[in-house]
Design a protein. Structure first.
Length: 491
């Protein structure tokens, strides 16, 4: 009877996911889903740490357990929805990059409360959804020059890596100089380097769950060191095993629906709109590249390099962005780590369903996840930054990169032409200003404005897409809003 029941269940799943038609099996897709989860599970630790590492000037900080709960729920629900609605092996979770913008830019520098910042994330997701439904998403993608798209990804990668270096204490603010190396004789720095060595060794060996195991292993070392030093190394709030009665719980659900739109009164209408656009850019390009890049390996593309019914995964991704804002986890997006499951043989939506389901148990163990110190996540942030810098330069040619296709077969690298002033200088500004000004938006804005101005000075303004002119004008207003606000009370 048990064999018949198993066969019956497998036949139902076969009809639903069509394993044979996709050249896979139930077992293979299940293992692929587990593989992707292990590779991307670091977000369970990193997202709460990033979003709770900033003390807001206005309003209350986000509760760590609340962010853990919301992160797991959003990742689980949206990934399962992706699998069931699209029958594709894509996983979703709150994205690294946008969560840094929320924490360090909108809340830390702009002075918004977390609910107001998450309101902008919700609006960004709504804009992306509208662009998907109207087909404008592809048009905006084509409006921005290829080299600037690469520069944006590289700049965000450097920004994320810098956050890891700074939060771990490897680099610190110095006296008389912007930043300098920290003291390498402290226990936190020792633990940081243990984590970096461990994670890099695992990656060098080709271990799939290097980031996850690196975070866990480094946390164990930090906890041992903290206990041995009488909690002088890391204090009592982290790297400390919680009491047995506090290991598990039912989760903190207080962050769902905790958003508002007061950013328009705090920042001004023009400034808030430009911030929504900046968030839109970060979400927009990451998703397009991931969907088509992973889709190529999975066999989702036709002979022309297009994905049939691409609007379905784009729609789920845009709804995930809205879900992230509504739950205070920042925008959720499609993960490039989905490629790990595809490499393991995953082809259908069952892999995504498995991935999403595995997030659910972790929402009950927020106190244990709270043990993870920032030093334990430094290696993960540095490696994620490295991956963002490296993978976006592997296109065969401009046509392939426009479709988001990444050649991993030794093809010629299509780099940024820094000898072309109109391309090289804007790209350099994007890459340099993101980490140097600690602002993704500043980098994008200065790069775009420089591009259109140089093209105009070269008498080649007609080569600039009208949407680029509009975007650059919006960024110009963004930079001048502080001056305008002194004279125009309605902004």
């Amino acid at each position: 009877m048990s064999t018949m029941a198993a066969t019956f269940r497998e036949s139902i799943l076969e009809r639903r996911f069509q394993f044979a038609a996709h050249g896979t099996t139930l077992a293979r897709d299940t293992m692929a889903g587990m593989t992707t989860f292990i590779v991307m599970s670091y977000i369970i630790f990193l997202n709460p740490i990033i979003l709770t590492s900033v003390k807001p000037k206005v309003g209350a900080p986000l509760p760590f357990e609340g962010v853990v709960t919301a992160t797991c729920i959003v990742a689980a629900v949206m990934t399962i929805l992706m699998g069931l609605y699209t029958n594709k092996a894509y996983a979703l979770a709150p994205g690294l990059g946008i969560n840094a913008i929320v924490a360090f830019q909108l809340v830390g520098q702009q002075g918004l409360s977390f609910p107001s910042a998450m309101g902008l994330i919700l609006l960004e997701g709504a804009v992306v959804t509208a662009f998907v439904l109207t087909g404008l998403r592809e048009q905006v993608m084509r409006a921005i020059p290829l080299e600037l798209k690469k520069a944006i990804a590289i700049g965000i990668g450097l920004f994320i890596a810098f956050i890891g270096l700074y939060n771990s204490g490897i680099v610190v603010t110095g006296t008389g100089e912007p930043v300098t190396l920290g003291r390498f004789t402290t226990w936190p720095i020792f633990v940081t380097f243990v984590g970096i060595v461990l994670t890099l060794a695992l990656r060098a060996r080709g271990f799939k769950g290097d980031l996850f195991v690196g975070i866990i292993g480094t946390t164990v070392v930090a906890t041992i060191v903290n206990h041995a030093t009488g909690h002088k190394a890391f204090g009592t709030s982290t790297a400390t095993f919680p009491g047995w009665h506090h290991i598990a719980g039912w989760g903190n659900w207080s962050l769902f629906g905790n958003f508002d739109f007061h950013a328009f009164s705090k920042l001004g209408v023009v400034s808030a709109i430009v911030w929504v656009f900046a968030l839109f850019l970060s979400d927009f390009f990451d998703t397009m590249g991931t969907l088509v890049g992973v889709g190529k390996s999975a066999g989702y593309l036709d002979e022309h390099g297009h994905m049939p019914e691409i609007r379905k995964p784009l729609l789920v991704d845009s709804l995930a962005a809205m879900a992230g804002g509504a739950s205070s986890t920042s925008s959720a997006t499609t993960y490039i780590e989905s490629g790990a499951g595809v490499a393991a043989g995953g082809r259908t939506g069952l892999a995504a369903v498995v991935q999403g389901t595995l997030f659910i148990p972790f929402l009950f163990f927020a106190p244990v996840i709270g043990m993870v110190p920032s030093q334990a996540t430094a290696a993960a942030l540095i490696i994620v930054g490295y991956l963002m810098v490296s993978t976006l330069t592997e296109a065969e040619d401009e046509a392939e990169f426009e479709e988001g296709l990444a050649s991993r077969t030794g093809g010629k690298i299509a780099g940024i032409d820094f000898h072309d002033l109109a391309i090289g200088l804007p790209a350099a500004l994007v890459i340099m200003l993101m980490p140097f000004s600690f602002s993704i938006t500043n980098g994008i804005g200065f790069g775009f404005i420089a591009y259109v101005l140089i093209r105009a000075a070269q008498a080649r303004a007609r080569e600039v897409h009208p949407l680029m002119w509009g975007v650059s004008a919006a960024f110009a207003l963004y930079f001048f809003v502080p001056l305008l606000q002194d004279h125009l009370s309605w902004i």
